[in-house]
Write a new protein. Structure first.
Length: 595
């Protein structure tokens, strides 16, 4: 080594720039070492002239910056830039997708790109002897094997820790940022296509300013203009969650339900052995769903009746600016049975519930849905009480405690989640628009209240005791809908179940009993499993799998958030349906004023 070079005493043999034959012609070089020279810049066209470089050593030069085109070195694996005068890295730097080793020691860097740790191949980084004030959270990635940051001016992690070496630095960084969402690699997270309407468009150039404007709106909830634009704007203190987390959980609940329904079609009305015969849970996707007389009704990645009803409630709320109205819902339900969603090329809605079929046939349904549903239940009760007499029971009047009104309660946990009384009243009205059975009402209220409590964010969902406290609150609201001791006992038994084995989802004649999806959902929360494994546990047991999975997917999706839903299942939903749903959910977020 020529030590005089370190003191900037350069030999006249040092290169001042790269040779012309490298800059002006295309080369197939894979390695280049131009260290210990006097280069003050790298030409912008360099990645185009030597595009196959996998090793580049430009250490001990006079570089003050790198060209923005530097990110075009797609094959670069080793980059040595130590002992230069670099003050910053170009924005394109994190595009070096093949880079494994990076040496930036002895430069003048004051900051690193926030996403530097998300570079997919990066394993070893040396940023010692710079002017760094902090290390990006992304460098705590599990992929990082060596991180050297001695002799900087770091506050986070403390420089004293960084000076102890790689192991101490990584340990501290990972502990500090264990729950930081940026720790996840970007390619593993789902990003919702948030398109704001005119609610927060004015002067909103970045997420931080959107949040600031949202908080300003919250302080003026009585302002007429604000209320017209954001009729569901939350009052201050409605949630303890950061806005990004609140949005992520709302989206996770909605799309988790859609995924649960679409994937649950795979095993609907199957026995557990049939499920295992047809499917491998480790690889199950929509493409694997067999086609038989039942499943032929749905295309690959399409959800079914349960989530259709979620959308009907969502449409009603959007149309009436946040007002929940049973007459409007009844009209939409009636039209859906006749035509489905024409914009999705449907011709009719699929009705598999005897209760729904019975109430919708009544000529008074559109004017008095509550009365009709109550009358249908009364007929059933009267006929059941004369089972030993001469009355022949109408075959359409089978048990009226089915689960067909349950999924629609999911969306009712969102708009007024900060007011459990409002959530309960809205849920009762919409449930009774077709199902008047007390157990159906209690089930619907329980589910809506669970969603509302999770959005309030006051319960740690990774703590079993905290989850039990949340479920106890929801159970209290559900129990208030029941008067019969028999119903209360049955409700209590299902709400307290701890294992899916207890649910007996394939019980003959009771697969669609309203309390079974509730039990599956609360068990999934108690298990604290991740979205994928928790949902598969329910789906691979068969029974009324898509309803059970709709609720389970919603609950687990709300816990993990949209960003961590299983990517292949999310993107595998039919494109037309997903884009159509994106628009509706964006409108709901606008109405709530959520950036």
């Amino acid at each position: 080594m020529n030590y005089s070079h370190l003191n900037e005493e350069f030999s006249e043999k040092c290169l001042l720039e790269l040779p012309w034959h490298i800059v002006n012609t295309i080369s197939l070089y894979e390695r280049m070492d131009v260290s210990f020279n006097r280069l003050s810049f790298l030409p912008a066209e360099m990645p185009l002239r030597i595009p196959h470089l996998s090793y580049l050593n430009v250490s001990y030069n006079q570089l003050t910056d790198l060209p923005n085109s530097f990110g075009l070195f797609f094959h670069l694996k080793t980059l040595l830039l130590a002992n230069n005068k670099l003050a910053k890295l170009p924005s394109s730097f994190t595009r070096l997708s093949s880079l494994e080793k990076l040496d930036l020691a002895h430069n003048a860097l004051e900051e690193l790109p926030d996403r530097i740790g998300f570079m997919p191949s990066l394993r070893a980084v040396n940023v010692s002897h710079n002017r760094l004030r902090h290390l990006p959270a992304s460098l705590g990635s599990e992929n990082m094997q060596v991180l050297l940051a001695q002799n900087n001016s770091c506050d986070n992690p403390p420089q004293s820790v960084c000076n102890e070496g790689s192991a101490a630095t990584l340990k501290c960084l990972r502990r500090y940022h264990m729950k930081d969402p940026t720790k996840e690699k970007l390619d593993r997270l789902n990003v919702f296509p948030r398109v704001r309407g005119n609610v927060l468009q004015s002067s909103v150039s970045n997420p931080d300013s959107a949040r600031a404007q949202y908080l300003q709106l919250q302080t003026a909830t009585l302002n007429t203009a604000s209320r017209i634009k954001t009729p569901l704007l939350l009052p201050p203190g409605a949630t303890v969650l950061p806005l990004d987390d609140l949005r992520d959980k709302i989206l996770g609940m909605v799309y988790g339900a859609a995924i649960g329904d679409a994937l649950g079609v795979a095993t609907k009305f199957m026995e557990a052995d049939e499920c295992r015969f047809h499917y491998d849970p480790d690889t199950l996707t929509y493409a694997d769903i067999i086609r038989d007389k039942y499943r032929v009704m749905w295309k690959k990645g399409d959800w079914s009746t349960d989530f259709d009803q979620v959308v009907l409630v969502l449409d009603s709320i959007i149309h009436w600016a946040g007002v929940v109205d049973e007459l409007d819902f009844a009209m939409r339900l009636h039209n859906w049975t006749k035509h489905g969603f024409p914009e999705l090329e449907d011709t009719e809605g699929v009705v598999v519930s005897n209760t729904l079929a019975k109430v919708l046939r009544d000529e008074n349904y559109l004017q008095k849905p509550h009365m009709v549903a109550a009358h249908v239940l009364e007929q059933y009760n009267n006929m059941s009480s004369t089972a030993n007499g001469d009355v022949t029971v109408d075959t359409n009047l089978t048990d009226l405690d089915d689960n067909a009104a349950l999924a629609r309660s999911l969306i009712l946990g969102i708009p007024y989640f900060h007011n459990l009384q409002e959530v309960t009243e809205n849920c009762v009205r919409i449930c009774k628009a077709s199902h008047a059975h007390p157990l159906c009402i209690a089930s619907a209220v329980t589910i809506a209240v669970i969603v509302a409590l999770m959005l309030q964010g006051r319960h740690a969902m990774d703590s079993l005791s905290s989850v039990e406290e949340l479920l106890s609150q929801a159970k209290h609201h559900g129990m208030q809908q029941l008067q019969s001791p028999k119903h209360r006992r049955e409700y209590e038994a299902h709400a307290n179940m701890k294992s899916l084995d207890s649910v007996d989802v394939t019980e003959p004649g009771r697969q669609s009993f309203t309390l079974k999806p509730v039990a599956a959902a609360v068990i999934s929360l108690r298990s604290r499993k991740d979205f994928r494994s928790g949902l598969l546990d329910v789906i691979m047991r068969g029974g009324d799998a898509n309803c059970n999975a709709t609720l389970t997917g919603a609950m687990l999706g709300c816990v993990c958030g949209y960003s961590k839903l299983t990517k292949e299942w999310l993107t595998g939903l039919r494109t037309q349906q997903r884009s159509w749903l994106d628009i509706k959910v964006n409108l709901l977020l606008d109405m709530m004023g959520i950036p």
